[in-house]
Design a protein around this ligand. Sequence first.
Ligand code: AVJ
Length: 319
Amino acid sequence: MTDFQLTRTLDENAAETALRADVLHGLTASPKALPPKWFYDARGSDLFEEITRLPEYYPTRAEREILLERAGEIASASGARTLVELGSGSSEKTRHLIEAMPALDTYVPVDVSESALRGAAQTLLAAHPRLRVHALVADFTRALRLPESPGPRLVVFLGGTIGNLLPAERAVFLASVRAMLSPGDALLMGTDLVKDEDVLVAAYDDARGVTAEFNKNVLTVVNRELGADFDPAGFTHVARWNREREWIEMRLRSRSDVLVKIRALDLVVPFAAGEEILTEISAKFRQDGVRGELAAAGLELEQWWTDAAGRFALSLSVA
Ligand code: AVJ
């Protein structure tokens, strides 16, 4: 009855190899840095889900508001028969879109987490037994080979995750998305918008400390996967607004002078008291900036929708 396929483009060891390289490179660099993709083990994914329900963290609710309001317009503007979702996670928000797309034949969720893909597909197929689901276990920042499926295609990239990439990385990413599109296909992308510093900082430094725990979870991941001996309690969570670059920076600041051993890398990393690791940037956007970055990748902005409070935007662009 149901049509489910899963393709792995990451071999079992790819994640471990990538983590080793990122930790070796990032913790021997100055200033120290770790890429945000390592937040999302099972515990980190649960903490992120908890963040999306915090009163201070508005982006998820703002984006859902736009999707609910505009699902019909998005569906008819794209006429899509295939929906590709990059970084699909639980596919929770996408359900509204799928329900508004009567012509939809195939859903292609793309995520690094096979368990998230299987869980999301099971839920979706229970509600839409005639939908074909072809899941891809892949890193969406790499060039993707999409499965054969009927056009037109709508590629969606939600949550404002594009903001985790540096401008040069965004240019490469958008060009690779452009390369997946044929004439008549479209990209729907979520971007968080520049706003009051207080609102932004609170969203990344909530009163209950869930974001602090999420940030420190990356140390637990490195401890478990690479045999390191980070003491997460020895670091404090820092969220600051970089006014010049218009992005939020999350950092972990060492409370004291400490030597951290990373057994799998045969490495000892010294920290001075007050020294920080940059763990995430989350860029905030303006319409002109989004239009310009899309144009540089060969994509034309066609629609721009925000929530009623103007906090978050969904853009629809075409090749
Ligand atoms: C999932 C990448 C969109 O940048 O807002 C939430 C991750 N980090 N709180 C974001 C995150 C801290 C989130 N994205």
